[in-house]
Design a protein around this ligand. Sequence first.
Ligand code: OGA
Ligand code: MN
Length: 381
Amino acid sequence: MAKMAAAMVESGEDAFRKIFKFYKRRNPPPDFSDVIDFSRGLPSDKIVPAKLDPSAVSDVEGARVGLRPVRDWRAFGLQGFPGFIFISNPFLLGSQPSWVRRCLKTYPQKPNVCNLDMHMSPSETQDIWGKSLRGLSSPSGKREPKTLLEKLRWVTLGYHYNWDTKTYSADHHTPFPEDLHSLSEHVTAACGFPGFNAEAGILNYYRSDSSLGIHVDESELDHSRPLLSFCFGQSSIFLLGGTRRQDPPTAMFMHSGDMMVMSGESRLLYHAVPRILPAPEGQAALETEHCSPASSNQDGSVVEPVSEEDWVVCSRYIQSSRVNVTVRQVLGPGQRFPETPSSQQRTGAGQTAGYHEGHEDQDSVKRKRRSSCDSDDADET
Ligand code: OGA
Ligand code: MN
């Protein structure tokens, strides 16, 4: 098996950046033979089973948020990355569509904050879904102006991340969605973190040519709590590195439904998403999941059926896009935000940066190259 990516790295250099560029390259396309695929258990010498706590979540509670019984989850660790847990799509068949719809239709709504708010008025961004319907429902081959949904790059929930100051603040908070709170609580409990409190969320929306730059998530005030990540739609390559840019990262595929938990020693590691890829053939295509709606129509279920009308839009969107949701606990138990000078307590207005790269829209504001993750040419902090 070719050790293509790692072999290119010389000691002392920014190995992460080199490997990021390797996987981002279009022409010629890179060799993906080193990329770990947890869904297929390959290569088996790096993958170790992860120990879960099946008693932490009852089957009924899990099913309410669309999860299989924990004893059926395929959860893995990675040699050399203590605290990193990869759960290969633990969703019940037919339950992803309702999560995809939430990401596209519900979470971009007010009072949540999105990139479009940075240069559009609240009335213009208050119905992103509704304003995108016509463009996304029609199967036209013509190049139409991009819909708002296609221009969506990020949404923040709970304590809204400020991309400019790289901080959260007590002053800029809206209620965290209960359904996502519940999903996060169950997944983290099964992974050995009872009492996880989902306080902030960042949704990243990727088109087929998008990437996410090299960064560490360290703005949360309590790093003893895990960071949680959910993937929907197109697949991607995820790079997990070390505490230094010289440490060559390990590449792995993330497919729709996959989850990751970064905890312990893996909580503050460099990571990035250099590439979005078509979902593999043969993998239960998300498009067809809608035909087998989740049977968990029990009391309190958050997995409600998605109408045909809504699914046309969702499935067209995810045929070329990926959505990632990261959920963070910002404060430890009893912890408070430190007092900050009022200049620090900026809210959403005025921020421009996100940490996506590529696909800079002609009509979008030029993103500031300030965030550590904007560009692979930027120096990381
Ligand atoms: C993030 C992040 C990874 C992904 O939002 O901080 O690392 O898979 N996302 O999109
Ligand atoms: Mn991250």
